[in-house]
Design a protein around this ligand. Structure first.
Ligand code: SF4
Ligand code: SF4
Length: 124
């Protein structure tokens, strides 16, 4: 198989996908109140929720302030560790991350439907 030219791959990436959001791991939600609080969070624009390998995360779609108009990183030499750890050889350009999640809630309504299914007494 041909080796991947990662510099070329990122330089031609439409939208520089991996620099346009961040995720934050959260405590595993268990109670109705936990999920009610997550409904509040996900009611905000560009905020999503997912579960991956048993762990829960908020995902906020918000462009990094260091992402330059030309797609380069404005602080490349001192970029955070999360950016350094990100694997470009198989990334969101190759497959949508959400396709591999255990659970994915892109909006309020999808999470509300899950809450109603999970808790028979939801809303009471
Ligand atoms: S790592 Fe992937 S998603 Fe990020 S800029 Fe490179 S090709 Fe695009
Ligand atoms: S610091 Fe640089 S590499 Fe990290 S998300 Fe921002 S633009 Fe991308």
């Amino acid at each position: 198989m041909e080796p991947i030219d990662l510099q070329e791959k990122c330089a031609t990436c439409p939208g520089d996908l991996c620099c346009t959001y961040f995720t934050q791991e959260i405590d595993t939600p268990r109670s109705k109140l936990d999920f009610n609080n997550l409904l509040w969070a996900i009611a905000h624009e560009r905020t999503k929720l997912f579960k991956d390998e048993g762990r829960w995360y908020l995902l906020v779609e918000n462009r990094c302030t260091h992402l330059r108009a030309d797609g380069g990183c404005g602080i490349y030499d001192s970029r955070p560790q999360a950016c350094r750890d990100y694997q470009a050889d198989y990334c969101e350009r190759d497959a949508r991350a959400e396709d591999g999640f255990e659970l994915f809630f892109p909006d309020y309504d999808s999470l509300l439907a899950y809450c109603k299914q999970r808790f028979r007494t939801w809303g009471r």
